[in-house]
Design a protein around this ligand. Structure first.
Ligand SMILES: *Cc1c(COP(=O)(O)O)cnc(C)c1O
Length: 391
């Protein structure tokens, strides 16, 4: 796929919408072959079906998730759409069970697309005291007999870690397929396919691309039949990633491990600053022994880390005082740390949780932070300086 005439070491951006054919017979062969097997090497027809730059970025993801295949999409949401749609057949009447602490966009998709428009029966499995009770999960599985279970390896924004190995085993024993959103944990911490998950999705907008300059998603799996269905769905619905964004992803993902490790180290550092500060009421970080799912995180991530997200809240006692402290902190860091509704960027970004998920998390003192990979000494200065202004 390299451009041999200019001895380039990189994959170019193939911006072709359609690829060229020399005559009618080769055109016919190509279309026939493509219908039969979507992944014939070197077979390119139309970029909504398949594009060499996109395939090259997919190969990077296959290496990271150790999957048999990976399909890139324009956004994380389109990867989720494909993942659930390949399980939605006309004859399938079993309900679906979604763990309730998931990305807000996924909840909206479930409510307004799956339930309202597609008539899928979806119920939610709720945590108790910021932890999922797997004995209760076993009972719910037996009572509702879902065809599909959907879970995030690390939940947003309270960073609940669940024993995926057990969840997958329990779901499978009741005949349910399992989709895991691995965006927060990343393959650096766990590889759900190796634990038996049927499909893994990522918002590649976040850590995989890691520079806040594209939106992208990816769906990974090992099962050939699911791949065939997913390829078909992506092609017919048009969820394909653009070659330009695939190029950016292909380049930026090469530093994913370095970035994630540096971000995780900064997250740990910030956790230490926050944890001992008198104005901070609570810190949610799976690496802290006090986090409700610390032991599960230790087991699932095997000491490889605890992720790069930190959630924390300012002390009250009243909501007004919490809000004041939060706003003082946001103001004090605002030259360096911006409010941006995303995560995994090079620079530290924050989200006031109540502003977005107020119905679910009404505490106005809570901030979700995605530490970047700035030099720790600078970041420490900015955060501890701001904390000192929050009396
Ligand atoms: C951002 C995000 C998504 C959605 O991804 P987009 O690229 O915004 O479509 C899904 N899951 C999680 C956990 C996310 O953080």
């Amino acid at each position: 796929m390299k451009n041999k005439s200019v001895n380039s070491s990189r994959i170019p951006v193939y911006r072709d919408a359609g690829f060229e054919f020399s005559d009618a017979d080769t055109t016919k062969d190509a279309f026939a072959q493509e219908t039969e097997n979507e992944r014939v090497p070197g077979l390119y027809i139309y970029s909504r079906y398949r594009n060499p730059t996109v395939v090259s970025a997919e190969e990077e993801i296959i290496k990271l998730e150790e999957s048999s295949w990976a399909l890139l999409t324009q956004t994380g949401m389109s990867a989720i759409d494909i993942a659930v749609s390949v399980h939605q057949h006309a004859e399938a009447t079993r309900p679906w069970l979604f763990f309730s602490e998931i990305y807000g966009g996924t909840l909206s998709f479930t409510e307004s697309i799956l339930k309202k428009r597609r008539g899928v029966q979806v119920s939610y499995f709720n945590p108790e005291n910021e932890e999922y009770d797997l004995d209760l999960f076993a009972r719910v599985l037996r009572d509702t007999r879902p065809g599909l279970v959907y879970i995030e390896a690390i939940s947003n924004p309270m960073l609940i870690v669940t024993d995926l190995e057990k969840v997958i085993e329990m779901a499978h024993s009741e005949g349910a397929a399992v989709i895991v959103d691995n965006t927060f944990a990343t393959p650096r911490l766990c590889k759900p396919l190796a634990l038996g998950a049927d499909l893994v999705i990522h918002s590649a907008t976040k850590y995989f691309s890691g520079h806040g300059n594209i939106t992208a998603g990816v769906l990974c799996g090992n099962d050939a039949r699911l791949m065939k269905e997913a390829v078909e769905y992506r092609k017919f619905v048009g969820h394909m990633l653009s070659p330009d964004d695939a190029y950016r992803l292909q380049t930026q993902i090469q530093t994913f491990g370095l970035r994630f490790d540096a971000q995780s180290r900064n997250a740990e550092g910030i956790t230490t600053l926050l944890d001992k500060h008198p104005s901070v009421e609570r810190v949610w970080y799976p690496g802290l022994p006090g986090h409700p799912t610390h032991n599960t995180a230790l087991k699932l991530f095997g000491g490889r880390g605890f992720g790069a997200m930190v959630t924390f809240s300012f002390r009250g006692p009243s909501d007004n005082e919490k809000k004041n402290r939060r706003d003082k902190f946001i103001m004090a860091v605002s030259d360096s740390i911006k409010i941006i509704p995303s995560l995994g960027d090079p620079r530290t970004i924050i989200m006031p949780v109540e502003s977005v998920w107020g119905a679910k998390y009404p505490d106005p003192g809570i901030i979700r932070m995605s530490p970047g990979f700035e030099d720790w000494n600078n970041l420490e200065c900015i955060v501890s300086g701001a904390l000192d202004k929050v009396k």
